[in-house]
Design a protein around this ligand. Structure first.
Ligand code: URA
Length: 455
């Protein structure tokens, strides 16, 4: 076997054998295939794609390349939740305690912010004393005690993905569905959870810009998961506009807590309760998705989900008193307000612009990670579809720094992000599709039949 034959196969759109895929992944990870040859192979994959079998084998090989979690001593079912990333996307921090409140376990290896999308790890790091790197044995102990662990990716987990991703970044091959799907799923397979739930974002503030690409990515990841013996379900959700009203690390933690107290924004609540209901249904805690949603609502109202969230934060070192104090301080923090200069309907709040503005306020474009400001962000006073009067508040930029070039750029972007018009346009639906096994549900009324596909 040699790499030139493997490059030729993909160059000529031929299928590689499982042995050939194992060979390229293993040899590249060990440094026995040079970057220039692996880059040629990546580019051939970029242009000619891979079959489902090839992508599944690629995922499996990457997952095998490093440490894997042994969840065998944990009682009950373990779930992993992943989002492809978006603006204001704090879904995981609501869904993980929902799942734990249903009596299941959650393991989640999370990424940092990528570009204008926030990352769960950065949000957690805005909580003082919170640890995001924990040895594997302690992760297992924590899951046994409180049902949840969310940590950042370590060097030893899926080293093949780390090495391949770095080369993809340098060779313009990131944006390939087989490579994205295998990269994401290799980490899910290495964590070993029984059920994988995926939130594939689509729209201006997501990596997938079109519904066709998002559905294809969702289908590819679901096929990989099912092919490797995991129950895998993907929801494709709208990211043309930010999720919820708070964007920025600690601001989003504040919104998570409000949501767990029953005061969440409707879009965030809708998405999180769908994920919770799917899990309740799979776990036979509800006989339909609708009943599952009611169960989640009840658990939130009783405070059980907030209790799980607090338990998880405390168990992972986070200081809840200081968090409370920081959230109080935010109420009086400096804000720059943007008012409407006309009357009409807000037909657009563009998440790409809002995401970039938030990234600039935090200093994420220019500063080292240690200097990032976790207390900045954007608060939306209005959502897409709302009516606004002339002079009414639309949004606020939360920042102490109003002098820098970054602030001026953020202000401009936030200003341009909203479009106000006389007539109300139909707003995008939040849930675009659900992918289960080989089935794609495109509209809400078909979801009523979801139950028959989940087992
Ligand atoms: N996230 C990943 O983990 N991998 C990709 O390739 C893209 C997004």
């Amino acid at each position: 076997m040699n790499i030139i034959d493997c490059i030729n196969k993909k160059k000529n759109s031929e299928e590689m054998s499982n042995e050939e895929i194992s060979y390229v992944v293993q040899k590249y990870t060990l440094g026995e295939i040079p970057d220039y040859q692996f880059a040629a192979w990546l580019m051939a994959v970029y242009f000619n794609g891979m079959s489902t079998r090839e992508i599944t084998q690629l995922t499996y090989e990457m997952a095998q390349s490093g440490e894997r979690f042994d969840l065998s001593t944990i009682n009950g079912i373990t779930v992993d939740k992943h989002s492809t990333g978006g603006v204001g996307d704090k879904t995981s921090l609501v869904v993980c305690p929902i799942i734990a409140s249903l009596g299941l376990n959650v393991i989640k290896i999370s990424g940092k912010a990528l570009d204008y999308c926030g990352g769960t790890i950065d949000k957690l790091k805005s909580i003082k004393e919170m640890k995001v790197t924990i040895p594997s044995a302690a992760v297992i102990d924590q899951i046994k005690e409180c049902g949840i662990s969310i940590i950042s990716q370590s060097e030893s987990l899926v080293p093949a993905d780390k090495k391949i991703y770095e080369l993809r970044d340098l060779t313009a091959t990131v944006n390939s569905i087989p490579l994205i799907a295998s990269s994401i799923m290799s980490k899910k397979i290495a964590t070993g959870a029984d059920i994988i739930i995926l939130d594939v974002k689509v729209g201006s503030g997501a990596f997938m810009k079109t519904i066709d690409d998002a559905v294809l990515l969702a289908q590819t990841m679901v096929s990989i998961g099912e092919g490797l013996g995991k129950k895998t379900i993907a929801v494709v959700s709208n990211m043309n506009t930010p999720l919820g009203k708070n964007i920025g690390n600690i601001l989003e933690i504040g919104e998570v807590i409000e949501t767990l107290k029953g005061n969440g924004p409707s879009d965030l609540v809708e998405l999180c309760s769908l994920f919770g209901a799917i899990i309740a249904f799979i776990n036979k805690r509800a006989i339909s998705i609708e009943e599952g949603k009611l169960l989640i609502k009840e658990k939130i109202q009783k405070g059980e989900v907030l209790e799980k969230f607090n338990e998880f934060i405390k168990r992972q070192g986070g200081n809840l008193d200081l968090l409370q104090h920081d959230l109080e301080l935010l109420k009086t923090s400096r804000r720059v307000k943007i008012y409407s200069n006309e009357e009409g309907y807000i037909n657009k709040i563009d998440s790409f612009k809002i995401g970039n503005a938030s990234m600039l306020l935090a200093g994420r474009r220019n500063l080292k990670e240690s200097q990032i400001n976790y207390s900045t962000g954007i608060l939306l006073n209005k959502k897409e579809g709302d009516f606004v009067n002339k002079g009414e508040l639309i949004l606020e930029l939360v920042t102490d720094d109003t002098e820098s070039e970054e602030f001026r750029e953020a202000y401009q972007l936030a200003h341009e992000a909203t479009v106000i018009e006389k007539n109300r346009k139909v707003t995008d639906e939040l849930i675009k599709a659900i992918v289960i096994k080989e089935k794609v549900f495109f509209n809400l009324k078909d979801f009523n039949n979801l139950e028959s596909y989940l087992y």
